[in-house]
Design a protein. Structure first.
Length: 157
């Protein structure tokens, strides 16, 4: 897999956050693309982390943080447990549909707008949520890098 560097731009804060989040999302998808479903389900680590779980988990995280907590929508969260019938293509499809819903909410929202529902957690605004999703996605993209290299030797972002 050829290495792809993050986009360089001189946009405003929203454009920068969203461009970097999109880059990390696509990096995760590139990591799982072409991997056999059985290989993507396997975890070589004690925590159970697998390529398939990473994709499912990130779809859940974006739904939780943007659709439910920020927008206050009563959405059902995607399950991130890996089932024997899960496929890479199915998980990627759910993840990409989640991006569309998330981007539609974020596109017109004010970065200073607070989350409508943070439960018993300290209040945060959209800026914090986007930065959190960026760091969470980048962290898991790094995990995917290692898992993919362990699976078949493929490297690159």
């Amino acid at each position: 897999m050829p290495d792809r560097k993050p986009p360089r731009l001189t946009g405003d804060e929203r454009q920068t956050l969203l461009a970097l989040l999109d880059y990390q999302r696509r990096s995760v998808v590139r990591k799982v693309t072409g991997v056999d479903d059985d290989v993507a389900r396997r975890s070589p680590v004690g925590t159970g982390t697998s390529l398939l779980w990473l994709v499912k988990h990130l779809a859940r995280a974006e739904s939780l943080w943007i659709l439910r907590r920020f927008a206050g929508r009563p959405v059902a969260l995607p399950d991130d447990a890996v089932e024997p019938t899960d496929t890479v293509s199915g998980a990627v499809e759910i993840y990409e549909r989640t991006w569309e819903a998330v981007d539609a909410v974020v596109g017109s929202a004010d970065l200073d707008e607070p989350c409508r529902d943070t439960g018993d957690e300290a209040p945060v605004n959209l800026r914090w949520v986007l930065a959190h999703l960026l760091e969470e996605t980048a962290r898991h993209a790094g995990h995917a890098d290692i898992l993919r290299e362990m699976a078949d030797g493929d490297t690159g972002r």
